[in-house]
Design a binder for this molecule. Structure first.
Ligand SMILES: Nc1ncnc2c1ncn2[C@@H]1O[C@H](COP(=O)(O)OP(=O)(O)OP(=O)(O)O)[C@@H](O)[C@H]1O
Length: 238
């Protein structure tokens, strides 16, 4: 279980404080308006943003004292951070060894994850020779090969057209269940959350205002989430 307890940061214009639990094998969708703090929440967990107080644990182990590279997690952003001069194989392999010196076992792991994400036929290409969807598959493959229990995703598929987006989300869903990953997925698309997420956390003004299972999207309790989802909150209106 990944557990955030009053994990807090203060910025001149924003005070953020998050409490959240996420279980293995689940996807938690982080929804909320622009500027609410979704990306900062991931940065706080990843160790890229300062923390003032609170705790962050994975299976009871405190993570805040660990530098980012030693935390048991991996991140994927919309800009997938692929290296354009390297092949797809190398771009995945670098997730295992920055010097690209892979033993037989590790080489096998790269090929395995490539097969799972249907990119085996692309391993010799460079990122510029791939479509946007294929590039995101490579980015996801690099994350998965690292074999970390927590996956932080910041709108990774937003630039893709809907069909491709859902294909990749389905793939993410399968891998989350198969590997027992804890996935936090920032998205601006409630319909993405409705399709793949086990849990919904609505981030508003630096905190999680509401959380629950997918039914939350159909029956939000707070006026803020209703307004975010475009549901009418005015009295006497439909
Ligand atoms: N390094 C920082 N310095 C100052 N303020 C910051 C910093 N990082 C985050 N903030 C504050 O946190 C707020 C939340 O920003 P964040 O990018 O996390 O929102 P978001 O919900 O991810 O928005 P979007 O959906 O537009 O990406 C910002 O408006 C800003 O006030």
């Amino acid at each position: 279980m990944l557990t955030l307890t009053n994990l807090s940061a203060h910025y001149p214009e924003q005070r953020l404080c998050f409490s959240l639990s996420a279980a293995p094998g689940t996807i938690t969708a982080l929804l909320g308006p622009s500027g609410a703090g979704k990306s900062t929440l991931l940065a706080m967990i990843g160790g890229f943003a300062g923390i003032d107080s609170g705790s962050l644990t994975l299976s009871g182990r405190e993570l805040l004292s660990l530098p980012p590279a030693e935390r048991p997690l991996t991140t994927l952003f919309q800009d997938n951070n692929l290296f354009w001069h390297m092949t797809v194989y190398q771009n995945i392999a670098i997730g295992l060894d920055a010097g690209l010196r892979l033993n037989d076992d590790q080489q096998q792991q790269v090929r395995q994850v490539a097969a799972q994400l249907n990119i085996t036929q692309l391993l010799k290409r460079k990122p510029a020779q791939l479509s946007g969807g294929q590039q995101q598959r490579v980015g996801l493959a690099r994350c998965l090969v690292r074999n970390r229990p927590v996956l932080l995703l910041d709108e990774p598929f937003s630039a893709l057209d809907p069909a491709l987006r859902f294909e990749l989300l389905q793939l993410l869903r399968e891998q989350t269940t198969r590997l027992g990953l804890i996935v936090l997925l920032v998205t601006h698309h409630p319909e993405e959350a409705a399709r793949v997420a086990d849990r919904i956390a609505y981030v508003h003004d630096g905190r999680i205002l509401e959380q629950g299972d997918r039914a939350l999207l159909l029956a939000p309790r707070t006026p803020e989430l209703k307004a975010y989802l475009g549901m009418c909150t005015g009295k006497g209106k439909e």
